[in-house]
Design a protein around this ligand. Structure first.
Ligand code: RB5
Length: 143
């Protein structure tokens, strides 16, 4: 599975740390930018990353200062269930109950080790289906 990554200037350093981690662990990823710490508008990055996630039917991780703007923007793309997460329990629930397909993290909120732990947890937690399946289907069916 290719993980799609995107960030604005506020999440640039954290994304780079995650890329280093993914390289060490041989995790396949695609980096949608931004590629420098120059100021950039997060909605553009979020839309491109979210579209790529849908196109490849995979998962994505977005980084900004708070994680919030990226989640708001990514959720504009149909089929995306983007969540802004700041601890491992939220990461688990967002996968088990919501089948989240984009994880949004804030560089100003999280240290690197906390972020990496959240990412590992999120990527390795399956959707529980069962009673949650119908609810996620309702989200998908909303025009
Ligand atoms: C950029 O200053 C900041 O607003 C952005 O990274 C993000 O936190 C938006 O939600």
């Amino acid at each position: 599975m290719t993980i799609i990554l995107g960030c604005d200037h506020g999440g640039f350093n954290l994304k780079n740390e995650v890329i280093k981690y993914f390289n060490n662990k041989n995790v396949d990823y695609k980096d949608m930018g931004t590629y420098s710490s120059q100021s950039v508008d997060y909605p553009l990055i979020a839309f491109n990353t979210a579209k790529e996630v849908m196109k490849l039917n995979t998962k994505g991780i977005l980084f900004c200062g708070s994680g919030l703007g990226m989640a708001i923007a990514a959720n504009k793309i149909k089929g995306v269930r983007a969540v802004c997460v700041s601890d491992a329990y939220m990461a688990i629930l967002s996968r088990e109950h919501n089948d989240a397909n984009i994880l949004c993290l804030g560089e100003r909120i999280l240290g690197i080790n906390a972020a990496l732990y959240i990412i590992e947890t999120w990527l390795n937690t399956p959707f529980l289906e069962g009673r949650h399946k119908k609810r996620v289907q309702m989200l998908n069916e909303f025009p």
